[in-house]
Ligand binder design. Sequence first.
Ligand SMILES: [Zn+2]
Ligand SMILES: [Zn+2]
Length: 222
Amino acid sequence: MVKKLIFPPRCPFCGRVEKNSRPCEKCLKSAKELSDAVCPKCGSFPEFCKCTSRSFSFKRNVSAFAYEGGPRLALLRFKERNAPQLSEFMANRMYHHIVGRYKTSFDAITYVPQTRLKSLRRGYCPAEILAGQLADRLHLPLIQPLMRVGNRQQKYLSAAGRYKNAGRNYALCKNISLRGKVLLIDDLFTTGATLDACASLLKKAGASEVCTATFCIAVKKS
Ligand SMILES: [Zn+2]
Ligand SMILES: [Zn+2]
């Protein structure tokens, strides 16, 4: 009873206190979950396909939800605060999509690193937390061959600018040599520029194939 008062059940998306830990009605209505009826390459709803004018270095992407409504709120809350229950919920939904839609196994799992300053400020790296939880569920070794070297944010750049900038923001750690299929994790797929830059580096290091998975994917033209 005491525990219930300290940790009341909440909607996993918006965090509102509820009778149980299921999504509240408003979030349930606004949560658009991706299915097999998406672009087979970028994993987006066909009308928001990100790969019509691009060729990505990763083979495929799988995302769990459209970046709006409840799932967007969950992602924003997760970036503000490392709530274990929230990351568990997000990793569970990602796991469901990875296993259901990638009919293949991987040799290792990794994530898109954030800047040192952000890690210091937040005290954690959201993509690393998700990748760690997925590594446990998928029984894969968690590796980190990538580092963030540039500091320029992607947020305010055009799609073309994002591609140019992303290539300068990441690098391989020293003496990295990879083999086999790598699953690359991030929290959000916007234009695919960051995942493309990171996948290209992983392949340069020797990965035979890179697939990606994110919790959300942007639902706007890019
Ligand atoms: Zn809610
Ligand atoms: Zn596409």
